[in-house]
Structures are given as structure tokens and as C-alpha cells.
Write a protein that binds this ligand. Structure first.
Ligand SMILES: C[S@@+](CC[C@H](N)C(=O)[O-])C[C@H]1O[C@@H](n2cnc3c(N)ncnc32)[C@H](O)[C@@H]1O
Length: 274
């Protein structure tokens, strides 16, 4: 490790201790907000994969503040328990589950979120390809649940690893968001492949209906295809009683498999979905 990256790590580590952040990751979210004003006008926010809670702390300090605005709701979700935080509703749950999505929505009094952030990380094996794959799947799960939670025009921020698939990831996210960019906050170590994707102005494709299927589970997708065939391509119900509309038939396999064939360009693919 070079001297400058070691110093960089130490600065943010020390600063986190001094300022009472649960993890130095807090600075990554703070720096993304300083550069892109992602908290502006935000009242409903979801922190996916939130433990131990430094991003939720940022939301508590910067959005909830003194708690004087009753419209502000912050919901944090993680597989693990985390210590309580002022103004943060905590859910112990899996972001791939419909039950978690429903539980989050139940706290928003019929509204959707303005902002969804995800700093999710799977258990790291040290094998680059496996870790990269695991991280990609977690982003897809985060995107999947985000399509249930985010209001049109909303913002989504997620951690990813820099890798060969960034162009593909960009194309996939561009199906749902007008602006997609990759961000590397200065508190993120230079030596790390970590990156963040910032997606702004959520515009789901016409007739897209969010479904909580896991596109990673190929068999589950095949099962859906069989059901579609049996039912002559009419919308179907999966186990979660959510329908798969014609736009989903195109988008879900595209996201899952990385098959670029249905997408010529964004506008054209959107036209196909109409
Ligand atoms: C790097 S930590 C998040 C750090 C957090 N943003 C902070 O600032 O304190 C990654 C988290 O992702 C969570 N995670 C991984 N897979 C998940 C899943 N399927 N559902 C919910 N949480 C998950 C892990 O439990 C872990 O706490």
C-alpha cells in the first residue's frame, strides 16, 4: 500500500472516531451528497443493507435532524441487527424478500421513497470473479426492491465493484433511470475496486410492473416462462401474487442474463415495450 493511500485511510478512520460515526463509510455518502445534492428535498428514504449504520447515521443527522418535520421517514434494512438511531426505523430483513419490501412501504403512509441507498456487500471470498459476481447480484436485488419502493423521479445510489461489466450495468440501469453515473468518493480507498453508481430520475419503462422475483434464480425465471406459455402470454401471477407484464418479460431476462439482444438503444427498447 502506498504512503498516500495509507494516509488517506487513516484520515477518514480517525475522523470517523472523532465525529462518532459507526464506520468510515459515512464519509462516502456525505461526499456523494456534497457533490450531487442527493438529499435535497428528500423526505422518505430507504437505507438497504444498513448495518452497522453509519449511512443511517448520516441520514439521521442530515435529513431527520431535530425531528421537527413529521413527513420525514427513514427506514433502514439489514440481515443483521443494528443499534438504535434517532429517527431511523429499523427492519431486520432480507432485501430479496417481498415481505421486506411490504414492511418498508407500510412505514411510508401510502407514499413511495424519494431516495434509496444501498451499501450492500456479500461475504467476501477473496476470489475476484466470485466476489464481483456476488456484488453484481446484490445490486440487482437492490434494484429489484427499489423498483417497488421508489417514486418516479427518485434517486438510487448503490455500491458496486469496478469491473468489466460496468458498461452492461450502465445499460441495465439506464432502462430505469434518466441519468446514471459512476462515482468514486475521495474517502473510498484508491486501492479498492469499490465504486458507487448514482442513478437519478427514476422512470420505469411504460407498463413495467415491479415484481419481487429473484432474476438471479434462473429456474424461477424458466418457471415464469412456462406459465406464460401455458397462459398464452397473458399476465401471470407468481408466488407473490404479482403480475408479470409484457415489459417485464423483456426487462427481467435482460437484467438477469446480460443478454443485450433485446436492447438496440434505450429509446428503441422502450418503444418495444409499449
Ligand atoms: C458494508 S456493510 C454496510 C455498511 C453500512 N452502509 C454502514 O455505513 O454502516 C454491508 C451490509 O450488507 C448486508 N447485506 C448483505 N446482503 C444482504 C441482504 N440480502 N439483505 C439485507 N442486508 C444484506 C450485510 O449484512 C452488511 O451489514
Amino acid at each position: 500500500m502506498g504512503k498516500s493511500s495509507k494516509d488517506n485511510r487513516d484520515i477518514f478512520y480517525r475522523k470517523a472516531k472523532e465525529e462518532g460515526w459507526r464506520a468510515r463509510s459515512a464519509f462516502k455518502l456525505i461526499q456523494i451528497d456534497e457533490e450531487y445534492s442527493i438529499f435535497e428535498g428528500v423526505k422518505k428514504v430507504v437505507d438497504l443493507c444498513a448495518a452497522p449504520g453509519s449511512w443511517s447515521q448520516v441520514l439521521s443527522r442530515r435529513i431527520f435532524k431535530d425531528g421537527s418535520d413529521p413527513d420525514i421517514k427513514i427506514v433502514a434494512v439489514d440481515l443483521q441487527e443494528m443499534a438504535p438511531l434517532k429517527g431511523v426505523i429499523q427492519i431486520k430483513g432480507d432485501i430479496t424478500s417481498l415481505q421486506t419490501a411490504n414492511e418498508i412501504i407500510s412505514h411510508f403512509d401510502g407514499h413511495l421513497a424519494d431516495l434509496v441507498i444501498s451499501d450492500g456487500a456479500p461475504d467476501v471470498t477473496g476470489l475476484h470473479d466470485i466476489d464481483f459476481y456476488g456484488q453484481s447480484q446484490l445490486i440487482l436485488s437492490a434494484l429489484n426492491i427499489t423498483t417497488q419502493l421508489l417514486k418516479p423521479g427518485g434517486t438510487f445510489v448503490a455500491k458496486m465493484f469496478k469491473g468489466d461489466d460496468m458498461t452492461l450495468m450502465y445499460s441495465q440501469l439506464k432502462l430505469f433511470f434518466e441519468f446514471v453515473s459512476f462515482v468514486k468518493p475521495k474517502s473510498s480507498r484508491d486501492s479498492s475496486l469499490e465504486n458507487f453508481v448514482l442513478c437519478q430520475n427514476y422512470i420505469p419503462p411504460p407498463s413495467y410492473k415491479p415484481v419481487m422475483i429473484d432474476p438471479v434464480l434462473e429456474n424461477q425465471y424458466k418457471q415464469l416462462q412456462y406459465q406464460q406459455l401455458e397462459q398464452h402470454q397473458e399476465p401471470i401471477n407468481n408466488n407473490n401474487n404479482t403480475s408479470v407484464s409484457s415489459s417485464n418479460k423483456i426487462i427481467v431476462p435482460f437484467i438477469a442474463s446480460g443478454d443485450l439482444s433485446p436492447m438496440i438503444d434505450i429509446d428503441q427498447s422502450r418503444t418495444q415495450l409499449n
